[in-house]
Design a protein around this ligand. Structure first.
Ligand SMILES: [Zn+2]
Length: 430
Protein backbone atom coordinates (compact mmCIF):
# COMPACT_ATOMS: atom_id res chain seq x y z
CA UNK A 1 0.00 0.00 0.00
CA UNK A 2 1.35 3.41 -1.00
CA UNK A 3 0.62 6.86 0.43
CA UNK A 4 1.85 10.14 -1.00
CA UNK A 5 2.06 13.24 1.21
CA UNK A 6 1.85 15.80 -1.51
CA UNK A 7 2.96 19.40 -1.72
CA UNK A 8 3.86 20.16 1.89
CA UNK A 9 6.69 22.17 3.40
CA UNK A 10 9.05 19.44 4.60
CA UNK A 11 11.26 19.71 7.67
CA UNK A 12 12.97 16.33 7.47
CA UNK A 13 15.41 16.61 10.43
CA UNK A 14 17.74 14.51 8.27
CA UNK A 15 20.80 16.45 7.07
CA UNK A 16 20.99 14.33 3.91
CA UNK A 17 17.38 15.02 2.99
CA UNK A 18 17.27 18.62 4.17
CA UNK A 19 14.21 20.83 4.03
CA UNK A 20 11.94 21.31 1.04
CA UNK A 21 9.86 24.43 0.54
CA UNK A 22 7.54 22.23 -1.47
CA UNK A 23 8.00 18.50 -1.24
CA UNK A 24 6.42 15.08 -1.52
CA UNK A 25 6.92 12.10 0.77
CA UNK A 26 6.19 8.62 -0.56
CA UNK A 27 5.33 5.89 1.93
CA UNK A 28 5.08 2.21 1.08
CA UNK A 29 3.86 -0.40 3.58
CA UNK A 30 4.44 2.02 6.44
CA UNK A 31 8.01 2.90 5.44
CA UNK A 32 9.27 6.15 3.94
CA UNK A 33 10.67 5.29 0.50
CA UNK A 34 11.31 8.66 -1.10
CA UNK A 35 11.42 12.37 -0.27
CA UNK A 36 11.69 14.78 -3.20
CA UNK A 37 10.32 18.00 -4.64
CA UNK A 38 7.97 16.02 -6.85
CA UNK A 39 7.23 12.31 -6.86
CA UNK A 40 5.14 10.66 -9.52
CA UNK A 41 3.10 7.95 -7.83
CA UNK A 42 -0.29 7.60 -9.52
CA UNK A 43 -1.05 4.36 -7.67
CA UNK A 44 -0.59 5.95 -4.22
CA UNK A 45 -3.33 7.23 -1.99
CA UNK A 46 -2.73 10.98 -1.94
CA UNK A 47 -2.84 13.14 1.18
CA UNK A 48 -2.87 16.79 0.22
CA UNK A 49 -0.21 18.56 2.30
CA UNK A 50 -0.73 21.98 0.77
CA UNK A 51 -0.44 24.65 3.49
CA UNK A 52 0.96 22.03 5.84
CA UNK A 53 4.35 21.69 7.52
CA UNK A 54 5.40 18.05 7.20
CA UNK A 55 7.79 16.95 9.94
CA UNK A 56 8.70 13.90 11.98
CA UNK A 57 6.41 13.14 14.90
CA UNK A 58 7.64 14.13 18.33
CA UNK A 59 9.32 11.70 20.72
CA UNK A 60 8.57 12.08 24.44
CA UNK A 61 10.93 9.80 26.33
CA UNK A 62 9.51 10.17 29.85
CA UNK A 63 5.87 10.52 30.92
CA UNK A 64 4.08 8.98 33.90
CA UNK A 65 0.91 8.51 31.91
CA UNK A 66 -1.17 6.82 34.60
CA UNK A 67 -1.77 10.23 36.24
CA UNK A 68 -3.89 11.57 33.35
CA UNK A 69 -7.15 11.62 35.34
CA UNK A 70 -5.58 14.30 37.54
CA UNK A 71 -4.48 16.50 34.68
CA UNK A 72 -3.96 20.10 35.74
CA UNK A 73 -4.71 19.68 39.43
CA UNK A 74 -1.09 20.20 40.46
CA UNK A 75 -0.16 23.33 38.53
CA UNK A 76 0.75 25.09 41.78
CA UNK A 77 2.42 22.16 43.53
CA UNK A 78 6.00 21.79 44.69
CA UNK A 79 7.76 18.45 44.24
CA UNK A 80 7.02 17.26 47.81
CA UNK A 81 3.37 18.20 47.30
CA UNK A 82 3.23 16.28 44.02
CA UNK A 83 4.90 13.25 45.63
CA UNK A 84 2.50 13.04 48.56
CA UNK A 85 -0.52 13.75 46.35
CA UNK A 86 0.18 11.28 43.57
CA UNK A 87 2.15 8.53 45.27
CA UNK A 88 0.79 8.88 48.79
CA UNK A 89 -2.83 9.94 48.35
CA UNK A 90 -4.28 8.79 45.02
CA UNK A 91 -2.06 5.90 43.93
CA UNK A 92 -3.24 3.44 46.61
CA UNK A 93 -6.76 3.78 45.19
CA UNK A 94 -5.81 2.98 41.59
CA UNK A 95 -7.42 -0.16 40.26
CA UNK A 96 -6.24 -1.73 37.00
CA UNK A 97 -9.15 -0.11 35.11
CA UNK A 98 -7.97 3.31 36.35
CA UNK A 99 -4.49 2.61 35.04
CA UNK A 100 -6.02 1.58 31.72
CA UNK A 101 -8.20 4.68 31.38
CA UNK A 102 -5.46 7.11 32.40
CA UNK A 103 -2.82 5.52 30.22
CA UNK A 104 -5.09 5.27 27.19
CA UNK A 105 -6.39 8.85 27.36
CA UNK A 106 -2.90 10.12 28.11
CA UNK A 107 -1.42 8.27 25.16
CA UNK A 108 -4.22 9.48 22.90
CA UNK A 109 -3.65 13.07 24.01
CA UNK A 110 0.02 12.70 23.16
CA UNK A 111 -0.85 11.39 19.70
CA UNK A 112 -3.40 14.16 19.29
CA UNK A 113 -0.63 16.72 19.87
CA UNK A 114 1.80 15.01 17.51
CA UNK A 115 3.79 12.74 19.84
CA UNK A 116 4.16 9.63 17.68
CA UNK A 117 6.60 7.93 20.07
CA UNK A 118 6.10 8.02 23.83
CA UNK A 119 7.83 6.27 26.70
CA UNK A 120 5.36 5.53 29.46
CA UNK A 121 7.46 5.64 32.65
CA UNK A 122 5.26 3.39 34.73
CA UNK A 123 5.40 3.73 38.51
CA UNK A 124 1.91 2.88 39.69
CA UNK A 125 2.82 -0.80 39.96
CA UNK A 126 1.05 -2.91 42.50
CA UNK A 127 -0.04 -6.07 40.78
CA UNK A 128 0.45 -7.85 37.45
CA UNK A 129 -3.09 -6.73 36.60
CA UNK A 130 -2.06 -3.08 36.90
CA UNK A 131 0.93 -3.66 34.63
CA UNK A 132 -1.18 -5.54 32.11
CA UNK A 133 -3.74 -2.72 32.10
CA UNK A 134 -1.04 -0.19 31.19
CA UNK A 135 0.33 -2.39 28.42
CA UNK A 136 -3.18 -3.00 27.08
CA UNK A 137 -3.85 0.75 26.98
CA UNK A 138 -0.62 1.41 25.09
CA UNK A 139 -1.57 -1.32 22.65
CA UNK A 140 -5.06 0.12 22.20
CA UNK A 141 -3.68 3.57 21.35
CA UNK A 142 -2.29 3.51 17.82
CA UNK A 143 1.07 5.06 18.70
CA UNK A 144 4.63 3.84 19.01
CA UNK A 145 5.03 3.34 22.74
CA UNK A 146 7.59 2.05 25.19
CA UNK A 147 6.35 0.55 28.42
CA UNK A 148 9.08 1.43 30.92
CA UNK A 149 8.42 -0.70 33.97
CA UNK A 150 9.69 1.17 37.00
CA UNK A 151 11.34 -1.03 39.60
CA UNK A 152 10.79 -0.29 43.27
CA UNK A 153 7.37 1.36 43.08
CA UNK A 154 5.39 -1.40 44.65
CA UNK A 155 6.55 -4.17 42.34
CA UNK A 156 7.54 -7.14 44.49
CA UNK A 157 11.31 -7.44 44.91
CA UNK A 158 13.26 -8.59 43.06
CA UNK A 159 11.67 -7.16 39.93
CA UNK A 160 13.00 -10.05 37.90
CA UNK A 161 9.75 -11.98 37.64
CA UNK A 162 7.62 -8.93 36.83
CA UNK A 163 9.99 -7.75 34.12
CA UNK A 164 10.27 -11.18 32.52
CA UNK A 165 6.50 -11.65 32.60
CA UNK A 166 5.77 -8.37 30.81
CA UNK A 167 8.72 -8.79 28.47
CA UNK A 168 7.43 -12.15 27.28
CA UNK A 169 4.25 -10.41 26.05
CA UNK A 170 5.95 -7.71 23.96
CA UNK A 171 7.71 -8.37 20.69
CA UNK A 172 10.94 -6.41 20.31
CA UNK A 173 9.94 -5.18 16.86
CA UNK A 174 6.31 -4.32 17.62
CA UNK A 175 4.81 -0.84 18.05
CA UNK A 176 4.78 -1.32 21.83
CA UNK A 177 8.15 -2.31 23.26
CA UNK A 178 9.63 -2.40 26.74
CA UNK A 179 12.25 -0.66 28.86
CA UNK A 180 13.26 -0.95 32.50
CA UNK A 181 13.01 1.93 34.95
CA UNK A 182 15.94 1.69 37.37
CA UNK A 183 15.58 2.99 40.90
CA UNK A 184 19.21 4.08 40.98
CA UNK A 185 21.73 4.86 43.70
CA UNK A 186 19.50 7.47 45.36
CA UNK A 187 16.91 4.80 46.16
CA UNK A 188 18.71 1.49 46.46
CA UNK A 189 22.09 -0.21 46.81
CA UNK A 190 24.68 -0.36 44.05
CA UNK A 191 24.30 -4.14 44.09
CA UNK A 192 20.63 -3.77 43.20
CA UNK A 193 21.45 -1.25 40.45
CA UNK A 194 23.96 -3.75 39.07
CA UNK A 195 21.39 -6.58 39.22
CA UNK A 196 18.78 -4.50 37.43
CA UNK A 197 21.26 -3.51 34.71
CA UNK A 198 22.25 -7.14 34.30
CA UNK A 199 18.62 -8.14 33.83
CA UNK A 200 18.10 -5.32 31.32
CA UNK A 201 21.17 -6.40 29.34
CA UNK A 202 20.01 -10.01 29.29
CA UNK A 203 16.62 -9.00 27.88
CA UNK A 204 18.10 -6.30 25.61
CA UNK A 205 16.11 -3.57 27.36
CA UNK A 206 17.08 0.06 27.53
CA UNK A 207 16.92 1.65 30.97
CA UNK A 208 15.79 4.98 32.40
CA UNK A 209 16.77 6.47 35.73
CA UNK A 210 15.64 9.56 37.68
CA UNK A 211 18.53 11.42 39.28
CA UNK A 212 16.62 14.60 40.16
CA UNK A 213 18.66 17.14 42.07
CA UNK A 214 21.34 15.20 43.92
CA UNK A 215 24.97 15.60 42.85
CA UNK A 216 27.24 12.59 42.86
CA UNK A 217 24.87 9.87 41.65
CA UNK A 218 26.50 9.63 38.23
CA UNK A 219 30.03 9.70 39.67
CA UNK A 220 29.02 6.85 42.01
CA UNK A 221 27.63 4.81 39.13
CA UNK A 222 30.76 5.39 37.09
CA UNK A 223 32.97 4.35 39.99
CA UNK A 224 31.07 1.07 40.11
CA UNK A 225 31.25 0.60 36.35
CA UNK A 226 27.51 1.05 35.97
CA UNK A 227 27.18 3.76 33.31
CA UNK A 228 25.67 2.40 30.10
CA UNK A 229 25.04 3.81 26.64
CA UNK A 230 21.54 2.35 26.90
CA UNK A 231 20.51 4.40 29.96
CA UNK A 232 18.55 7.65 29.85
CA UNK A 233 19.04 9.84 32.90
CA UNK A 234 15.98 11.91 33.78
CA UNK A 235 16.32 15.54 35.02
CA UNK A 236 19.84 15.50 36.53
CA UNK A 237 19.65 19.17 37.52
CA UNK A 238 22.07 18.58 40.40
CA UNK A 239 24.76 16.88 38.31
CA UNK A 240 28.13 18.55 38.05
CA UNK A 241 29.68 19.43 34.68
CA UNK A 242 32.13 16.60 35.26
CA UNK A 243 29.25 14.16 35.72
CA UNK A 244 27.63 15.39 32.51
CA UNK A 245 30.91 14.67 30.72
CA UNK A 246 30.85 11.18 32.25
CA UNK A 247 27.42 10.65 30.71
CA UNK A 248 28.67 11.91 27.36
CA UNK A 249 31.72 9.61 27.55
CA UNK A 250 29.50 6.64 28.38
CA UNK A 251 27.06 7.45 25.56
CA UNK A 252 24.18 7.79 28.02
CA UNK A 253 21.20 10.06 27.32
CA UNK A 254 19.66 12.93 29.28
CA UNK A 255 15.92 13.62 29.41
CA UNK A 256 14.93 17.14 30.41
CA UNK A 257 11.40 18.03 31.55
CA UNK A 258 11.74 21.81 31.52
CA UNK A 259 8.38 22.85 32.94
CA UNK A 260 8.37 20.33 35.79
CA UNK A 261 12.00 21.07 36.67
CA UNK A 262 11.43 24.81 36.81
CA UNK A 263 8.10 24.69 38.62
CA UNK A 264 8.94 21.98 41.13
CA UNK A 265 12.22 23.45 42.23
CA UNK A 266 14.74 21.17 40.53
CA UNK A 267 16.48 24.08 38.85
CA UNK A 268 17.05 25.28 35.33
CA UNK A 269 16.79 22.76 32.49
CA UNK A 270 20.23 21.45 31.58
CA UNK A 271 20.16 22.00 27.82
CA UNK A 272 23.12 24.39 27.63
CA UNK A 273 25.27 22.60 30.20
CA UNK A 274 24.59 19.24 28.57
CA UNK A 275 25.60 20.50 25.13
CA UNK A 276 28.76 22.05 26.58
CA UNK A 277 29.61 18.63 28.03
CA UNK A 278 29.09 16.93 24.68
CA UNK A 279 25.71 15.44 25.54
CA UNK A 280 22.66 15.80 23.27
CA UNK A 281 19.66 16.74 25.43
CA UNK A 282 16.22 15.28 24.86
CA UNK A 283 12.85 16.56 26.09
CA UNK A 284 10.01 15.02 28.03
CA UNK A 285 6.70 15.87 29.67
CA UNK A 286 6.91 13.96 32.98
CA UNK A 287 3.67 14.77 34.83
CA UNK A 288 0.43 16.14 33.40
CA UNK A 289 -1.05 17.04 36.81
CA UNK A 290 1.58 19.79 36.78
CA UNK A 291 2.25 20.69 33.14
CA UNK A 292 0.78 20.46 29.66
CA UNK A 293 1.32 17.30 27.68
CA UNK A 294 2.54 18.68 24.35
CA UNK A 295 6.05 19.07 23.03
CA UNK A 296 5.47 22.54 21.55
CA UNK A 297 5.25 24.22 24.95
CA UNK A 298 8.02 21.97 26.25
CA UNK A 299 10.38 23.07 23.48
CA UNK A 300 9.42 26.68 24.02
CA UNK A 301 10.13 26.64 27.75
CA UNK A 302 13.53 25.01 27.23
CA UNK A 303 14.34 27.48 24.46
CA UNK A 304 13.30 30.57 26.42
CA UNK A 305 15.14 29.55 29.58
CA UNK A 306 18.41 28.84 27.79
CA UNK A 307 18.16 32.07 25.83
CA UNK A 308 17.51 33.87 29.08
CA UNK A 309 20.51 32.26 30.75
CA UNK A 310 23.14 32.74 28.08
CA UNK A 311 21.58 33.45 24.70
CA UNK A 312 22.28 29.88 23.62
CA UNK A 313 20.32 27.50 21.37
CA UNK A 314 18.68 27.97 17.98
CA UNK A 315 15.11 26.97 17.32
CA UNK A 316 16.21 24.01 15.22
CA UNK A 317 18.15 22.62 18.19
CA UNK A 318 14.88 22.23 20.06
CA UNK A 319 13.30 20.38 17.14
CA UNK A 320 16.25 17.97 17.16
CA UNK A 321 15.98 17.40 20.92
CA UNK A 322 12.29 16.56 20.51
CA UNK A 323 12.67 14.27 17.47
CA UNK A 324 15.94 12.67 16.31
CA UNK A 325 17.83 12.98 19.58
CA UNK A 326 14.96 11.62 21.65
CA UNK A 327 14.50 8.75 19.17
CA UNK A 328 18.16 7.83 19.68
CA UNK A 329 17.65 7.90 23.45
CA UNK A 330 14.93 5.28 23.00
CA UNK A 331 17.12 3.13 20.75
CA UNK A 332 14.67 3.81 17.92
CA UNK A 333 16.71 6.12 15.69
CA UNK A 334 16.88 3.52 12.93
CA UNK A 335 13.08 3.51 12.81
CA UNK A 336 11.83 6.98 13.69
CA UNK A 337 12.76 10.59 14.55
CA UNK A 338 13.29 11.97 11.06
CA UNK A 339 11.81 11.86 7.57
CA UNK A 340 14.42 9.55 6.14
CA UNK A 341 13.94 6.91 3.44
CA UNK A 342 14.02 3.53 5.16
CA UNK A 343 12.53 4.76 8.42
CA UNK A 344 8.97 4.08 9.49
CA UNK A 345 6.57 6.85 8.51
CA UNK A 346 5.99 8.55 11.87
CA UNK A 347 5.03 11.93 10.46
CA UNK A 348 2.87 14.88 11.45
CA UNK A 349 1.27 17.57 9.30
CA UNK A 350 0.87 20.98 10.93
CA UNK A 351 -1.46 23.70 9.68
CA UNK A 352 0.64 26.47 8.20
CA UNK A 353 -2.48 28.45 7.29
CA UNK A 354 -3.72 28.76 10.86
CA UNK A 355 -3.89 32.41 11.90
CA UNK A 356 -1.67 31.76 14.93
CA UNK A 357 1.28 30.99 12.65
CA UNK A 358 0.36 32.51 9.29
CA UNK A 359 2.30 33.54 7.26
CA UNK A 360 4.98 30.92 7.71
CA UNK A 361 8.32 32.21 6.46
CA UNK A 362 10.75 30.08 8.49
CA UNK A 363 8.94 26.78 9.21
CA UNK A 364 11.29 25.39 11.87
CA UNK A 365 11.40 28.68 13.76
CA UNK A 366 7.63 28.96 13.54
CA UNK A 367 7.03 25.49 14.98
CA UNK A 368 9.28 26.20 17.96
CA UNK A 369 8.30 29.80 18.65
CA UNK A 370 4.57 29.64 18.00
CA UNK A 371 3.56 26.00 17.55
CA UNK A 372 0.73 24.43 19.55
CA UNK A 373 -1.37 21.25 19.47
CA UNK A 374 -4.17 23.03 17.60
CA UNK A 375 -1.96 23.00 14.51
CA UNK A 376 -1.73 19.20 14.40
CA UNK A 377 -3.89 18.33 11.41
CA UNK A 378 -2.70 14.84 10.53
CA UNK A 379 -0.65 12.19 12.35
CA UNK A 380 0.80 9.03 10.84
CA UNK A 381 2.39 6.23 12.84
CA UNK A 382 4.26 3.65 10.79
CA UNK A 383 2.30 4.93 7.80
CA UNK A 384 -1.10 4.49 9.42
CA UNK A 385 -3.18 7.66 9.54
CA UNK A 386 -4.31 7.96 13.17
CA UNK A 387 -5.42 11.60 13.04
CA UNK A 388 -6.85 13.42 10.03
CA UNK A 389 -8.28 16.90 9.62
CA UNK A 390 -7.66 17.52 13.32
CA UNK A 391 -9.62 14.47 14.52
CA UNK A 392 -8.30 11.25 16.05
CA UNK A 393 -9.59 8.31 14.03
CA UNK A 394 -11.21 5.10 15.24
CA UNK A 395 -11.56 6.12 18.88
CA UNK A 396 -14.78 6.68 20.80
CA UNK A 397 -13.71 9.77 22.73
CA UNK A 398 -17.15 10.32 24.23
CA UNK A 399 -17.06 6.92 25.89
CA UNK A 400 -13.41 7.26 26.88
CA UNK A 401 -13.94 10.66 28.46
CA UNK A 402 -16.83 9.27 30.49
CA UNK A 403 -14.64 6.42 31.61
CA UNK A 404 -11.79 8.69 32.71
CA UNK A 405 -14.15 11.03 34.58
CA UNK A 406 -15.66 8.07 36.43
CA UNK A 407 -12.15 6.89 37.28
CA UNK A 408 -11.12 10.33 38.56
CA UNK A 409 -14.27 10.79 40.61
CA UNK A 410 -14.09 7.35 42.16
CA UNK A 411 -10.42 7.76 43.15
CA UNK A 412 -11.01 11.27 44.49
CA UNK A 413 -13.94 10.08 46.60
CA UNK A 414 -11.97 7.12 47.95
CA UNK A 415 -8.97 9.31 48.73
CA UNK A 416 -11.11 12.08 50.22
CA UNK A 417 -9.74 14.85 48.01
CA UNK A 418 -11.74 17.80 46.68
CA UNK A 419 -12.10 18.41 42.96
CA UNK A 420 -12.97 22.09 43.24
CA UNK A 421 -9.44 23.51 43.04
CA UNK A 422 -8.87 23.61 46.79
CA UNK A 423 -6.76 20.45 47.06
CA UNK A 424 -3.49 21.35 48.73
CA UNK A 425 -1.41 18.25 49.59
CA UNK A 426 0.39 18.29 52.92
CA UNK A 427 3.88 16.81 52.77
CA UNK A 428 4.97 15.27 56.07
CA UNK A 429 7.78 17.80 56.48
CA UNK A 430 5.41 20.79 56.58
ZN1 LIG B 1 9.61 11.35 36.12
Amino acid sequence: MKTLLSGGTVISMDPHVGDLARGDVLIEDGVIVEVAERIDAPDAERIDATDRIVMPGFVDNHRHTWQTAFRGVGADWTFPEWAVAMHGTVKPHYQPEDVYAGTLLGRLEALHSGVTTMLDWYHVAQTPQHEDAAVAALRDAPGRSIFCLGAGWGTPDPVDAAVRRVHSQLAADGLVTMALGLRGPEATSMDTVAEELKLAAELDLRTSLHVDITAGAVADLREHGLLRDTTTFVHGNGLSDEELRMLADAGSSLSISPDVELKMGFGNPMTGRALAAGLRPTLSIDDVPSVGGDMFSTMRTAFAVQRGLDGGLRSRDLLAFATVDAAASCGLDARTGSITPGKDADIILLRADDLTVFPVTDPAATVVSAGHPGLVDTVLVAGRVVKRHGVLLDVDLVALRTRLLESRNRIAAAAGIPLDGTWRPQPASE
